[in-house]
Design a protein around this ligand. Sequence first.
Ligand SMILES: *Cc1c(COP(=O)(O)O)cnc(C)c1O
Length: 419
Amino acid sequence: MPNFVLPDGAFEEAARRFPTPFHLYDEQGIRSNARALNAAFSWCEDFEEYFAVKALPNPAILRILKEEKCGVDCSSETELMLAKACGFSGRDVMFSANAMPDDEFRMARELGAYVNLDDISHIDILRAHGGIPETVCCRYNPGGDFKIGTFVMGNPGEAKYGFTYPQLQEGLAQLRELGAKRFGLHAFLSSNTIDNDYYPTLARILFETGKVLAEETGLALAFINLSGGVGIPYRPEDNKPDIAAIGAAVRRVYEEVFPQGGVAIKTELGRWMTGPNGWLVTHATHHKDTYKHYIGLDACAANLMRPAMYGAYHHITVCGKREAPCDHVYDVTGCLCENNDKFAIDRPLPEINEGDLVVIHDTGAHGYAMGYNYNGRLRSAEVLLTAAGDYRLIRRAETPRDYFATLDIDESAEALGLR
Ligand SMILES: *Cc1c(COP(=O)(O)O)cnc(C)c1O
């Protein structure tokens, strides 16, 4: 079930204070998730969650997570800058490499971050840009299909990430030559997985692979990084992953493979941490009846791209109408000149009138963050419902001035009121 912890009154109050659309985040919910995760892995010495900054890159949120003893997982110059600005450094930062500019490796090293290499070619880049640290992490891609039991859950062989096994053998040997003493092993094999067996299945692969690689290379296995991928129930019929059960199941595998202990566990959850604790709050502004029935919102895919990009389901409720029968079928759209710009297609909903407050659920991860400026549409504000019950603007909405800031339009800037 999507998260119904906030009553309609909370959205109505927020919409009295701030113009829609905006994303509203629930501080209490984010803190509870961080605590539940830390409790689920408290059996593991040196466990740390590195929140995937890309999921919700807002300093107010990162500071909350810092208070909850989380680190951050960064993948770009600006994410590293954001982490630094929020006081993260050293071993509380994971830098997940990719096909990125070489200088970002140096930035990560200067911050003292763990560097998680994505490819064997990154070893030379890191050596030349920041140097090889004593502890270095490598991302593993086992290829083929990734199965939980008999179900194919992912397709690592088609994914752009990670080292092959022979590359890990060769790469770790090189790293050892270059002075590394310990390594971490990381893999992300299936996204948004609500099956409780995802982490335990992944853990077994990584534990066993890491153990053999340590024996083969003589490097010590410092940690296993289970990365992100634990999902959330976007659909009413979806189950919520049970993080306590997941932690306990990973523990059983751990005790089997590492009876002596000594290997830390890291996670990089994004979606699971904040996804259910965000809502896109909008007003219905238009309705249209042609071959189908349409409701137009004051938000569009620029504010939440997942439905347009992946056909993703986001639950929708109408304030004051939770108990009303869902006896109308609508396409719920935004204002982009792009036919994909639909938050829902053929969705049974209560009758929606212009002016109704329409809430799109589970936008707390990969929501605002994936926003863009197509059609000249501007990104929305972000509002935090604090644990004390206040509504705090944690990012103002963009204005045309922001849109034009990267353009040089000379004299006409004055005419447009931009100067
Ligand atoms: C995106 C990403 C995550 C977070 O993924 P979720 O699906 O939000 O849990 C974690 N680690 C890395 C390297 C990622 O790219």
